[in-house]
Structure formats: structure tokens, C-alpha cells
Design a protein around this ligand. Structure first.
Ligand code: GDP
Length: 425
């Protein structure tokens, strides 16, 4: 059975935690898109980890962790994360890297950095992990697949020469940087080849065999639906599809085999980077939510940047769940709202004086204002609670209000950062 865990919002919904919990019953966990530009936070017996490149199943020795072909693979970050697990006493995980995955090259990171500097105040707020230049090259057909590292030296050097001829125009004339050389790129690729050798395999065949054998496969998404290049807040989106449907492509699996899609919705909103955010709040109200949010505050797992804060946006969450094709919702970080007398939620948008319930494209979204309803707070700590029926009445009301608006059953409630803080309905 294939299950996907994906974000319904702007990312940082707590997917890492839900994946960590769900991974226990999985045989295989697959990352299918994105790269080290986003991080999952996982808290378990070994401590607190921010995983960027590794699948969230690495803490279980029974799991095969796959880095799928749809991922942007940073070899440096991959090796760094593997080392950090080892240093912190995590038994060596079973990790397999697709022979079709493409490599984030040092020049992708440089180009990302140069371009953000050039754009200055108009920048995308990129994490400068090279993700946009990486995916641009992949679709311009000048990327490097891991399998190409095994090509003859001459052929590889020729391809490098072709690619850097293009890059060097930008290096020289747009960014005024020293030019790239074939040797430096070739040597880097050979370094990567050696580092990756123990992990590379034909994951396509491995996954298809696993489906036939009825294995439990978990697809792990990064970021959220509102950062998808097609359905998100373009252009302030990421460069690979964040949708469960893309899991079939980014892992290499039959789409109809994805039977369960858990969309993770956070009980309030947060976002990193620029872009439309209708239910955003500011000032003291935002500071307090940010300080109390997540586990020790809402700051980026990759960058440490303070996240932008807002109330639960039911228009965006319903849309996000639809874009994901959610079969159920995991509603997270609910415990954080325990300090509020009344909890504002965005129930609709106002656009040009009219009330709308759908999530429009960015140019219209810019003009939307939130229509806010207030629900009674529960004013207590709900972290220790194990059963849905034991939650305060107002907590259940909040959950059921959200469920009705989203239109997808909330089957999982997360009421704290650790593995144990979870309620199944
Ligand atoms: P992801 O990228 O979707 O995995 O999200 P992040 O890991 O970036 O952010 C989620 C943050 O919220 C992390 O610090 C988690 O430890 C924390 N978190 C996850 N679920 C809960 C929850 O139910 N309650 C609280 N208080 N924190 C949570």
C-alpha cells in the first residue's frame, strides 16, 4: 500500500513528525521532490534532528529510505547528514539513491546566490541551496544524472564543456565572476561518484517490486501545496511540484497505487519567504504566536529565519487539501493555541467587495482580505491528552469547525512535538 504525507499549506506544517510516526509501520520511505532547501524537524529518543536531504525513515532500522529521482540531490548535505546521524548514535540507516536522481552542482548554489544578490529587494527569499537553477537545468536538459558519473571520461568532459559554456556567459557578463573550468567540474563529479557509490541503485525496479509484494511505502513530501509551481502562489513558489500526485513521477510508481494521501494542516498559519499570505498577522499578536509556536518558536529549520505568522486559513487549507487529493487530514500544532481566549480563523476572502470561498491565482490573491470568525479558546494545556473524547469541548469544536470547512476528515490530531503527542480519531 502506498501512502503519501504532504503539506496543505506553505510548508512547516509538521510533516516530519507525522512521517516519523507513520514510518513505524512502513517498509520503505521515499523522498520524491525538493532538496535541501527545506527541513523536517523530528524529535525522538536520539534527540532533535532537522533533516533536509534524508528521508524521515532513517531512525528505524527496518526501513529502506529512498532518495527518489525527483529529488535535487546535494551530495555535500547528504554526506553531512549521514555523518551527523552517526555522531549522535543513530544506527546506520539503510539509504538507497535513485540512479536517475540529478545532482545539485556547486554552480547551482553559486548562481542562486548571485541571482538573489542581483535581485536584492526583489529577491525570492531563496535559501540559496541551488534549487531553482537545478530544476531549470534539469528541464533544459543540461543536468547531471547520477548514472552519468559512470560515463567515459571523454564524453563526460564534453558534456561539462557544453554546460559551462552557457554558465560562463552569466558568470562573466551578468555576475562578473571568475569563469568555471571543465577540470574543476569534472573533479567535483568524480568526488561525488566516490561518495555516492555505496548508495546508488535502480530504485524504480526496487519500488515496483515492492508494490507487487504488497510492501508499505510512504511518500514524503516537502513544503506544501501553496508552494507548488502550478497551484501555489507563483512566482513565490518552489521549483518542483509539492503535490502527492507528483509522488508517482518523483519516485517512479503507478499513480493509482497511491491509496492514502494524508494532508498535513497546521492549526494556525506560518510561512517563510515572500509571497501572498491573506491571513497574515503582524506586531505583538504575531510575535506571541511565533514565540509560542512549533517546538520552541517558529523559526526556519533550514535558515533560522523568523517565520511569518497568521491564523488558520480555511480557504487556503481547503484548496491545499484539494490540490493534494487528500483522503484525510493530520491537524497539527493544536496545543500552541491553548493561550488564546478567542481564536480567529479565516473563513472566506473578500475580493473587490465580494465574498469568495475559492483560492484565486496570485494576481487576484494580492487583493484578497481575510474574513475572520472567532471561535472560543480552551485556555489549557492539551499536550498529555491521548483520546479525542478527552480533549476540551472547545478544542473539539475548533477541530470540527475546521474539518467541516476543509471537507476532508481530520483523522489525526497532533497535540505536541514528540512522537507520543498524537491522537487518532
Ligand atoms: P515540516 O517541514 O512540515 O516537517 O515542519 P517543520 O519541522 O519545519 O516545523 C514543524 C515544527 O513544529 C517543528 O519544530 C516540530 O517539532 C513542531 N511540531 C510538530 N508537530 C507539533 C505539535 O503538534 N505541537 C507542537 N507544539 N509542535 C509541533
Amino acid at each position: 500500500m502506498i501512502k503519501a504525507i504532504v503539506g496543505a499549506n506553505w510548508g512547516d506544517e509538521g510533516k516530519g513528525k507525522i512521517t516519523d510516526v507513520e514510518a513505524a509501520q512502513s517498509d520503505i520511505v521515499v523522498r520524491f521532490q525538493g532538496g535541501s532547501n527545506a527541513g523536517h524537524t523530528i524529535i525522538n529518543n536520539y534527540g532533535k534532528f532537522a533533516l533536509h536531504q534524508l528521508p524521515s525513515g532513517v531512525f528505524y532500522s527496518h526501513i529502506t529510505n529512498i532518495i527518489g529521482n525527483g529529488v535535487a540531490l546535494s551530495v555535500e548535505n547528504f554526506i553531512k547528514e549521514m555523518k551527523s546521524l552517526e555522531e549522535r548514535g543513530v544506527p546506520k540507516p539503510n539509504v538507497v539513491i535513485s540512479d536517475r536522481v540529478q545532482l545539485v552542482m556547486p554552480y547551482h548554489i553559486q548562481l542562486d546566490t548571485f541571482e538573489e544578490a542581483r535581485l536584492s529587494s526583489r529577491s525570492f527569499g531563496s535559501t540559496k541551496s541551488g534549487i531553482a537553477p537545478f530544476y531549470s537545468d534539469k528541464f533544459a536538459k543540461i543536468g547531471f544524472q547520477v548514472s552519468e558519473l559512470y560515463d567515459e571520461e571523454e564524453a563526460l568532459r564534453e558534456k561539462i564543456n557544453q554546460v559551462i559554456t552557457l554558465k560562463n556567459v552569466l558568470y562573466e557578463h551578468l555576475y562578473r565572476q571568475p569563469k568555471l573550468t571543465v577540470d574543476e567540474v569534472y573533479n567535483k563529479l568524480m568526488e561525488y561518484k566516490k561518495l555516492l557509490e555505496p548508495y546508488v541503485a535502480d530504485t524504480f525496479t526496487l519500488l515496483h517490486k515492492a508494490v507487487k509484494e504488497g510492501k508499505n511505502i510512504l511518500l514524503e513530501g516537502q513544503l506544501g501545496a501553496l508552494k507548488d509551481p502550478d497551484f501555489g502562489i507563483y512566482p513565490m513558489v518552489t521549483s518542483s511540484s509539492t503535490l502527492a500526485g507528483y509522488g508517482a513521477v518523483g519516485a517512479g510508481l503507478p499513480p493509482y497505487e497511491i491509496k492514502e494521501i494524508i494532508a498535513v494542516v497546521k492549526a494556525y498559519s506560518s510561512a517563510v519567504g515572500a509571497g501572498e499570505f491573506v491571513s497574515e498577522i503582524f506586531g505583538d499578536e504575531a510575535d506571541e504566536l511565533r514565540r509560542r509556536g512549533g517546538d520552541g518558536g517558529e523559526f526556519g529549520a533550514t535558515t533560522g529565519r523568523p517565520r511569518r505568522m497568521g491564523w488558520l486559513d480555511l480557504v487556503a487549507s481547503r484548496y491545499g487539501c484539494q490540490a493534494q487529493g487528500a483522503t484525510c487530514v493530520a491537524f497539527t500544532v493544536l496545543d500552541v493555541l491553548g493561550y488564546l481566549d478567542e481564536i480567529p480563523v479565516c473563513v472566506a476572502y473578500e475580493l473587490n467587495g465580494k465574498r469568495i470561498d475559492s483560492f484565486p491565482p496570485t494576481n487576484q490573491l494580492k487583493h484578497c482580505k481575510p474574513i475572520i470568525a472567532k471561535l472560543p479558546g480552551w485556555k489549557c494545556d492539551i499536550r498529555g491528552i491521548k483520546n479525542y473524547a478527552d480533549l476540551p469541548e472547545n478544542t473539539r469544536r475548533y477541530i470540527e469547525f475546521a474539518e467541516k470547512a476543509i471537507g476532508v476528515p481530520i483523522k489525526i490530531v497532533s497535540n505536541g512535538p514528540s512522537r507520543e503527542n498524537i491522537i487518532y480519531r
